[in-house]
Design a protein around this ligand. Sequence first.
Ligand code: FAD
Ligand code: NAI
Length: 469
Amino acid sequence: MSDTSFDVVIIGGGPGGYVAAIRAAQLGLKTACIEKRGALGGTCLNVGCIPSKALLTASHHYHACAHEMGSFGIKVGKVEMDVAGMMGHKDKVVSDNTKGIEFLFKKNKVTYIVGAGAITAPGQIEVTAKDGAKSTVAAKHIVIATGSDVTPLPGVEIDEEVIISSTGALALPKTPKHMVVIGGGVIGLELGTVWGRLGAKVTVVEFLDRILPFNDGEVSKQMQRLLAKQGMAFKLGTKVTGIAKSGKKATVTVEPAAGGNAETIEADCVLVAIGRKPYTDGLGLDKVGVALDKRGFVQIDGHFRTNVPGIYAIGDVVGGAMLAHKAEEEGVALAEILAGQHGHVNYDAIPAVVYTWPEVASVGKTEEQLKAEGIAYKAGKFPFTANGRARSMNEVDGFVKILACAATDKVLGAHIVGPNAGDLIAEVVLAMEFGAASEDIARTCHAHPGLGEAVKEACLAVDGRPLHT
Ligand code: FAD
Ligand code: NAI
């Protein structure tokens, strides 16, 4: 690193940080990004979104070949799973993508600094390289984009072998016989699905009385039913009181969350997936006086400013939806603000997708939220059983549900369980960005036969006039 003075220095090279860096450089700001992992892309690319989707895709193909081809008239010989081969696919996808970001940094003239950053004073960062060598970087603006880390379960030590976090679940050398998943949220269901498809018995232990507690209630119920049909077992309203490890086995003790008799579950793998927490270790925030909230998230205002002038924060470390695309949007908006523009994130239109099969996708308010907020709404629902494309794919599980304002018909939320739900939601997100009414989507011509017709039909159903149910 020859030049050590920048307009913007971003600490953290995840989707928030690296995207902020690219956008800032595009806007003519002299930009550096400090990342200590040794690879760009953050949690998302290295141990999150991308490797999990690589395993979900591989296990989906395996399961389809082993169990579903007959219904299409395709005879398949003996299907065998090569877990090491699947991991090779995942590793290649990850390494290709991290190199891709390094290329984008070069292309956009972002300086990539490998090392751990610590803020020593406003405008000043100390970087510690892997070999311990220290250097100093100066910046007009400092952006904290250090992301998040696994929330530990008190009293339980994660060894990434028998008791694992999502990171261990992305690198198991063989399919466990019985995986107990603690937490029926996004990670638990996605990674439980991967290993369930490959033959593991999967038992999900969830503290609350429903899985996917942040989703619409109808979606949670439907997904529990569909995942149970796929073989996943659920222990809801249940808390883990202890895990005893003995060699390569673990005994999980659970009891009803409301109190009651304890029972034990034997497992050869326990995945702890009870949420993620902000990561600010070693950043020196206490020294410069950057305020954190009670849960450790960096506090910011509507323009990503912390309480210390010249220091900003984005992504998982500031809380809200802990999603890569939310972090990216914040990165772009902040870079534009720093360049004197008017960057903005519409938090009402951030989609969230669970990449199980069927997929779950949502945007905006759930029915429960609308009720709690006293907003009068209309709901339109359309099942994939009545969609020609879904029938031709043998993918009829699920529905599209559209929630619209009773007074204005403006779309307030959408909840989809179904094939490619994660792609279908984009149409509704765009509609919400434009402030569209459900009638606008209902009157938009959708190609036939397409899964998107189910979105149109759900919008027609808002007004009680679906054509195909
Ligand atoms: P991060 O991606 O966590 O990046 C922060 C980076 O900062 C890290 O690389 C870290 O090494 C670095 N860093 C920290 N401290 C320092 C320091 N002092 N100096 C230098 N570098 C530092 N989200 C989705 O939207 N879709 C998905 O499908 C999805 N799947 C996921 C699957 C799993 C298993 C997990 C764990 C998460 C998943 N997420 C998904 C969430 C997503 O990964 C995060 O929301 C996203 O990575 C947050 O981006 P970020 O830039 O804020 O932080
Ligand atoms: P989560 O918040 O989605 O789910 C955690 C679950 O654990 C909740 O259902 C919660 O009630 C339960 N829980 C909490 N404490 C518990 C306890 N002691 N015992 C039993 N259950 C308990 O968190 P998760 O799944 O760990 O994911 C972390 C973050 O990563 C999420 O915020 C998510 O947004 C992100 N992510 C996103 C993905 C996507 O967009 N497809 C995929 C994977 C992760």
